[in-house]
Design a protein around this ligand. Structure first.
Ligand code: MG
Length: 331
């Protein structure tokens, strides 16, 4: 009995300590210097974490605080992306109140856990709902803009849109965010599922500070050509954030993912893996029937889940470009 109590006390102290050393406590508000995302001290920072699945299609209920807590504790996740579906049935345009409540609950959970949270307007045609996006992000910025944790991703993946139109949409949304929140990071998508980062590199948004651009990749189809394009964009001066990526998903090792991760490491690029879900597709991190509240054994993870856990849980051990071990505790 005494031993049990002792173990309980030790566990409680360690848990409290782990949360006290949260990524946001350590690094504070992120901002952009040149083409690099840096922390409050001006040090380069690269976060590693997960993306949840579409808000309206989270059938098994992974949008909950226990699940996020598990990812933080067991995987070392330092950033979570919260993708609010917009266009499809059950999405924000269809059921705004329900979707917004879900987003707020997960943002609040992320803040309590001390990690970075990305509020993602998960749309392929966001210009068609500019008015709703402006209204939504104005409220988000007002309510959450004082939290260092919060990052706004205002357009997930433009599909058929060209950069000039995307830019017009983005500037309208950014203007209302900046009215209420002068500083938190804002991430903007680009054409062809956020692969045309060369377009904003030619014509970036310059009216406000701390604007980054999302780069999405899936290792099965996106290879060196996309890394080359992204590198050229950074050389022109824009900062990138991989808010969504996925491995081939059929094996524990994936050489193209290894190349991508080495590349992210070299350029100090943050990334979120798609997706916390049990749907029967290669990118889901857990198998059908896994507890939506976490506590997953290795057998509950899919090949993608095992590979991503290995990447994310070791990411904080080496956060600098030259490979020097960081003094800071692992996020
Ligand atoms: Mg702020």
């Amino acid at each position: 009995m005494k031993t049990a109590l002792w173990l309980f006390t030790i566990t409680a102290i360690l848990t409290t300590h782990a949360l006290a050393q949260s990524p946001v406590k350590d690094h504070g508000l992120l901002r952009i210097e040149g083409a690099t995302i840096v922390d409050r001290n001006g040090d380069d920072i690269s976060l590693a974490g997960n993306s949840l699945f579409w808000s309206q299609w989270d059938q098994s209920g992974f949008w909950n605080e226990d699940c996020l807590k598990w990812l933080v504790k067991d995987w070392g996740t330092s950033v979570v992306r919260i993708p609010m579906g917009i266009e499809n049935k059950g999405g924000y345009l269809d059921q705004p109140g329900e979707n917004e409540s879900k987003v707020r609950a997960m943002v609040d959970a992320g803040i309590r856990l001390g990690i970075y949270v990305i509020i993602d307007w998960h749309s392929h045609h966001a210009e068609d709902s500019t008015e709703q996006a402006v209204d939504f992000f104005a409220r988000m910025a007002k309510d959450y803009g004082h939290h260092d944790h919060v990052i706004y991703e205002i357009y997930n993946e433009p599909k058929d849109s060209q950069w000039p139109d995307i830019k017009i949409y983005a500037e309208k949304v950014i203007a209302v965010i900046r009215k209420n929140d002068p500083d938190n990071l804002i991430i903007v998508g680009s054409g062809e599922w956020s692969q045309r980062v060369d377009d904003p590199a030619e014509s970036p948004i310059t009216k406000w500070p701390n604007i980054a651009y999302t780069l999405h990749f899936y290792s099965k189809m996106h290879h060196q050509w996309l890394r080359d394009r992204a590198e050229a964009a950074m050389e022109k001066g824009i900062a990138l954030f991989v808010t969504e990526w996925g491995p081939v998903g059929t094996a524990d090792r994936d050489t193209e993912t290894e190349k991508w991760m080495a590349w992210c490491r070299t350029h100090n690029i943050s990334h979120c893996a798609w997706a916390v879900n049990d749907k029967d597709e290669p990118w889901s991190i857990v198998r059908k029937g896994a507890n939506p509240g976490g506590g997953w054994s290795i057998d509950a993870l899919t090949p993608a889940g095992r590979l991503e856990k290995a990447i994310i849980s070791s990411w904080g051990e080496d956060t600098s470009i030259d490979g020097e071990q960081s003094d800071a505790p692992k996020p």
